[in-house]
Design a protein around this ligand. Structure first.
Ligand code: ADP
Length: 404
């Protein structure tokens, strides 16, 4: 096994209800050796796209379930000359969305852990069951490789109680574990640590606002490495306007839609999570296409963009007050890393608060972390590409090593 190209590497798995993303990477050199995506699992049109050291392979075999998807991925590796089951893989790292109150550290998976993840599933019915299916499928095929769960909620486990508590009947909240958990924690932690590194500062001494703007979007206020607040709540629905999610809404809308429109709870769930946000307002959730439409004078797209920015600026203001002193504002994920107008417009006219984006620096594109504020800006504005897979791989290898 030694000398195998994946010796000492980690397989990172992110399983959705009908998809499975994976990466094999070296947690030390950060080299990505393979990555891929199995889509439409359970349908007749399934497909696996697999990249190994720069070359792509595609399988159009129907995939009955996640185990079949993993089996196909392992076959594709065999075609590359790699027997994953016997190549010295250090660990498998599974992204798990909800850790509830139980899990706030990367955790070695055994039967007890699996059943607890299942128990927590009622808090994240769209995500945790799929994560669990991924765990079971990989464990069935790679039983000898330590499997580690890394939770999206973990970083926000110690949110101050004022930020974590909903203003509702305390007994009901307690009984049903209703509180604000926060998500994208792996990314918020990774990016804020990386920002400190880029500035040559200590993570523990910086006050940061992190904007993770992808299709799902969230923001956090981090004081000296500890999260003070975040925009997502009991589920990833709360907070910012997202690609297809409403973000914050008046809960009274749910009552109205149920009573007046006769919609079921499942209908409203789908409406709020899948048919709202930018897509709901203007039919478009790809930010590139949205910006092109705004540029072309499309009024629905322009309104959607204004609503998106309005919400961002509301939270930027809130987090500035909560932090008191802000050292950095950090943009990350698909929109945050690539959409220069969003960075410029969300921080426009904040010079009196010491925030000034430099248009030329902001226009620079690239994969490296970079400063986009002017030299006069007292707050340093950064673009820092996120890398959740790397963060998961590092955690997984650490836990697997400690368990040996
Ligand atoms: P997620 O992981 O939540 O699916 P990503 O972080 O991959 O999301 O971000 C996806 C979003 O990033 C999409 O809305 C996409 O349009 C946007 N995006 C990607 N590249 C660009 C770009 N060059 N300009 C503007 N938006 C972009």
């Amino acid at each position: 096994m030694s000398g195998s190209p994946i010796d000492g590497t980690v397989l990172v798995v992110n399983a959705g209800s009908s998809s499975l993303k994976y990466q094999v990477l070296d947690p030390v050199t950060e080299e990505v050796i393979a990555d891929g995506l199995a889509e439409r699992i359970g349908e007749s049109t399934s497909r696996v796209k697999h990249w190994y050291r720069g070359s792509e392979a595609v399988s159009d075999e129907p995939l009955a379930d996640h185990e079949a998807a993993i089996a196909t991925v392992l076959e594709l590796f065999k075609a590359d000359g790699v027997d994953v089951a016997d190549s010295g893989l250090s660990a498998v790292g599974h992204r798990v969305v909800h850790g509830g109150r139980t899990f706030f550290e990367p955790t070695l998976i055994d039967e007890r852990v699996s059943s607890e993840i299942e128990r927590i599933s009622s808090l994240a019915p769209l995500h945790n069951p799929a994560n669990l299916v991924g765990i079971e499928a990989v464990t069935a095929l790679l039983p000898d490789v330590p499997a580690v769960a890394v939770f999206d909620t973990a970083f926000f486990h110690d949110l101050p109680d004022a930020a974590a508590t909903y203003a509702m009947d305390a007994g009901v909240a307690e009984r049903y574990a209703i509180r604000r958990y926060g998500f994208h924690g792996t990314s918020h932690e990774y990016v804020s640590r990386r920002a400190a590194q880029v500035l040559g500062r200590d993570w523990g001494e910086l006050n940061q606002i992190v904007l993770h703007l992808g299709n799902g979007a969230s923001m956090s206020a981090i004081a000296g490495g500890r999260p003070l607040d975040t925009t997502m709540g009991m589920t990833p629905l709360e907070g910012l306007v997202m690609g297809t999610r409403t973000g914050d809404v008046d809960a009274g809308i749910v009552f109205q839609l149920a009573r007046v429109a006769g919609m079921s709870i499942d209908d409203i769930d789908t409406l709020f999570n899948k048919q709202s946000g930018l897509k709901g307002m203007c039919g478009e959730n790809d930010f590139r296409a949205l910006l092109e439409r705004v540029e072309a004078g499309d009024e629905a797209a322009a309104l959607a963009y204004r609503v998106y920015l309005h919400r961002l600026r509301r939270y930027i203001g809130a987090y500035m007050v909560q932090l008191g002193r802000v050292d950095t504002v950090v943009f990350t994920a698909g929109v945050g890393e690539n959409a220069a107008p969003v960075r410029q417009d969300s921080l426009a006219d904040l010079e009196m608060f010491g925030i000034e984006v430099d248009p030329e620096r902001n226009a620079v594109r690239g994969d490296e972390p970079r400063v986009i504020s002017t030299d006069a800006s007292t707050v340093t504005v950064l673009v820092v590409p996120t890398n959740e897979e790397l963060a998961i791989a590092r955690s997984a290898v650490e836990v697997a090593r400690a368990a040996r």
